[in-house]
Design a protein around this ligand. Structure first.
Ligand code: BTN
Length: 246
């Protein structure tokens, strides 16, 4: 896939929500369109959790792609985007890990997250999907201690301040090859890289989806990116939604 030059706005509610609205209401939002905001007033993550970012401090953007992959492959698109974003963040000089299914971590602390949402809009060659990415860029370690324990930023990891737009350009350079691999081969095409970057593989984990929590050994990932949890008596359960709790 190819990205168009990003369209930057000073303030939007949520780049995902606005892009989903524009797809419905405006003509000519082509695949590869990138919408970025210096500030979001209603940023959200999965399960409608608030996504907190600050004006000019953090990177928030979304893009639209057209995919012919079937619906059940879509969860793993988030994983492909997480891998591409992680590879881009590594170029700043630290090791970025993933946490199933959509988190980006450095030293066990969250530096970013991905949210894919499906649009009803159909392109000639496939469905329109909106993928949003949020990255903590210039947050400093003088933030409240509760946040610093669980979150980090490019600035905290490198000791340097970065131009938000440059961080976006670095990510956009890296992403297409990962999305193309996913488009051609689904999750199996990125599984090895996912396992290499993902925290807690082979370890005891608890996975929660807001209503149910289950514990076991994170044994691996199925062909659609679903988590394989070995529970008691050696039974292997497939987990399709939720978060690995750290
Ligand atoms: C998560 O950790 O649950 C995913 C967070 C995704 C946040 C990004 S910021 C840009 C885009 N707009 C949103 O409202 N959410 C995504």
């Amino acid at each position: 896939m190819k990205f168009l030059d990003p369209e930057w706005h000073d303030k939007l509610s949520s780049t995902n929500t606005v892009l989903l609205d524009w797809l419905k209401s405006r003509e000519k939002i082509p695949p590869g369109f990138v919408l970025a905001a210096l500030e979001q007033t209603a940023g959200h993550g999965r399960y409608n959790r608030h996504w907190i970012s600050k004006a000019g401090r953090d990177l928030t953007f979304s893009f639209v792609l057209s995919t012919s992959n079937v619906l059940e492959e879509l969860a793993s698109l988030t994983q492909a985007v997480a891998l591409g974003t992680a590879a881009a963040l590594d170029t700043f000089g630290f090791l970025t890990q993933t946490k199933w299914p959509n988190d980006l971590l450095v030293r066990g602390r969250k530096i970013g997250g991905i949210l894919s949402e499906q649009s009803d809009v159909q392109y000639n060659d496939g469905k329109a999907i909106v993928v949003g990415v949020g990255i903590n860029v210039n947050m400093q370690d003088m933030e409240p201690i509760t946040l610093i324990k669980t979150a980090t930023s490019i600035r905290i990891e490198t000791g340097r301040k970065y131009a938000i737009k440059d961080v976006l350009n670095t990510i956009l350079e890296m992403l297409p090859q990962w999305i193309d691999r996913w488009e051609e081969g689904g999750f199996p095409a990125i599984r090895e890289d996912w396992i290499a970057r993902c925290v807690s593989v082979g370890e005891s984990v608890t996975v929660g989806d807001g209503t149910e929590r289950q514990s076991g050994i994170l044994a691996g990932f199925g062909d659609k990116g679903q988590l394989l949890l070995r529970v008691k008596d050696g039974v292997l359960r497939e987990v399709w939604a939720g978060d690995v709790e750290l």
